[in-house]
Write a protein that binds this ligand. Structure first.
Ligand SMILES: [Zn+2]
Length: 423
């Protein structure tokens, strides 16, 4: 018996290692926009690595500065002895590669000189710990954007919900970007607006490092969530045309309708047939669900559809109404403004920004009043039961199940942290 147990354990360990190899196999460089920035730790004089940003420190002298507020590259160049005609050429050439106007306060740049008192012969700017731009004007002007090699590590987090998922994760120092990804990964199975005390979650995700410095989140590889309705697994899977989060049975996690039109918010007023209206001071049914959010928060289409109305009325303020199919329409009220291109007849994709949170029309503060229409009548979307998405075809399933099982083993082996009962 004992022997059998340890054999199982070895098998599990092997599977985990296999999974890790598998996962590190598809790491890729993501766009700058998705990175969380940290402070890079650049060693300018390093005997073991004399070439920095392509400059041999035996011949070149590099000094490091931090971009101050309002500082522009032209100014920096001019202060370092570069003439206005060269600056103009740099600005023109840089436009396609990395515009000189994109310098951000707090980021570092390096002045490269042949000796400490000559004119600068190049400037290196680091827009992120993962990227650097070399503005080189030694002979002619050349500008190049480089990506550093980064490492992807697999990390885990788990917990039991005490107040909100957000609080539980932040208590553990987990990047809030995970919550966002978890919402995507379990869009069809878990309603994160109705998490309950005692719900449990576990996540396996990637973290990216450059020279040992954490630079941001990678993919969420797998997620587990246990609530009243049972245990839910979601796994990231990528193979040819299949790419994204899938549930245990191999059904896409993407549901036909997103649970809410705004991220990271709270329901400030639910669908209620007998609500006391705060402005009109009388009982009027509230045929929508209100989500409070700051002015300007993007409002997203909860499903693919066509814009049927993008208009203004005294009560609704600026609003958009979408037609999804023969049965369903959704409506978004009190917008501050529409997203560009949103007008009658525009096709929109699920998750696409259609407008921004405001308080136009009859509204006490910034929120979206979200209305869900079924066969021309308004219903409570949180009570609607939608057809689950179809699983991937039979011939893809064995491959998926093999991958899923590896991730499941990883998830099942994460100890549950933050358990209030102390068990
Ligand atoms: Zn409302």
């Amino acid at each position: 018996m004992q022997q059998k147990k340890s054999a199982v354990r070895v098998d599990i360990l092997m599977s985990c290692l296999l999974a890790l190899t598998l996962i590190s196999g598809y790491k890729k460089i993501e766009s700058i926009a998705n990175q969380t920035f940290g402070t890079p730790d650049i060693i300018i004089q390093d005997k073991n690595n004399p070439v920095i940003f392509g400059f041999d420190t035996g011949n070149y002298h590099l000094s490091t500065f931090t971009v101050s507020k309002g500082e522009v590259l032209g100014e920096i160049l001019s202060e370092n002895g570069i003439g206005s005609d060269v600056i103009h050429m740099i600005e023109k050439k840089a436009a396609d590669i990395f515009s000189v106007t994109k310098l951000r306060p707090g980021r570092e740049y390096h002045i490269v000189k042949t000796d400490s008192c000559s004119h600068a012969c190049a400037i290196v700017y680091e827009p992120s710990p993962l990227h650097y731009v070399v503005y080189d004007f030694r002979d002619s002007v050349t500008i190049n954007l480089y990506e550093r090699a980064f490492e992807t590590c697999i990390e885990t987090a788990s917990g039991e919900i005490n107040s909100s998922l957000w609080n539980t994760l932040s208590e553990q120092g987990v990047n809030p970007a995970i919550i966002d990804k978890m919402e995507d990964a379990m869009a069809s199975s878990v309603d994160f607006y109705h998490t309950q005390k005692g719900d449990q979650f576990k996540v396996v995700f990637e973290k990216k490092y450059v020279d040992g410095q954490e630079i941001g989140m990678g993919k969420l590889i797998g997620a587990y969530y246990k609530n009243d309705a049972g245990s839910h697994y979601s796994v990231y899977y990528e193979n040819g045309e299949y790419k994204g989060y899938y549930d245990y049975q191999g059904r896409p996690a993407k549901s036909t309708f997103l649970k809410s039109p705004v991220k990271f918010t709270r329901i400030s007023s639910g669908f209620n047939m007998r609500r006391f209206h705060p402005i009109r001071r009388t009982t009027i049914p509230h045929l929508g669900t209100d989500y409070a959010a700051p002015y300007g928060t993007p409002i997203r289409a909860v499903a693919d559809g066509v814009v049927e109305e993008a208009a203004y009325t005294g009560n609704n303020g600026r609003y958009v109404k979408l037609r999804h199919d023969k049965v369903y329409q959704t409506q978004y009220l009190h917008m501050q403004g529409y997203a560009s291109g949103i007008r009658r007849g525009t096709r929109v994709k699920q998750g696409q920004t259609i407008g921004y949170v405001g308080s136009t029309g009859l509204a006490t503060g910034p929120h979206v009043c979200f209305r869900f229409w079924k066969n021309g009548r308004q219903v409570n979307h949180l009570r609607e039961v939608f057809q689950p998405a179809k699983p991937m075809p039979e011939n893809e399933l064995p491959n998926f199940f093999e991958h899923r099982d590896k991730i499941k083993i990883m998830l099942d082996h994460i100890p549950l942290e933050g358990d209030a009962s102390g068990v």
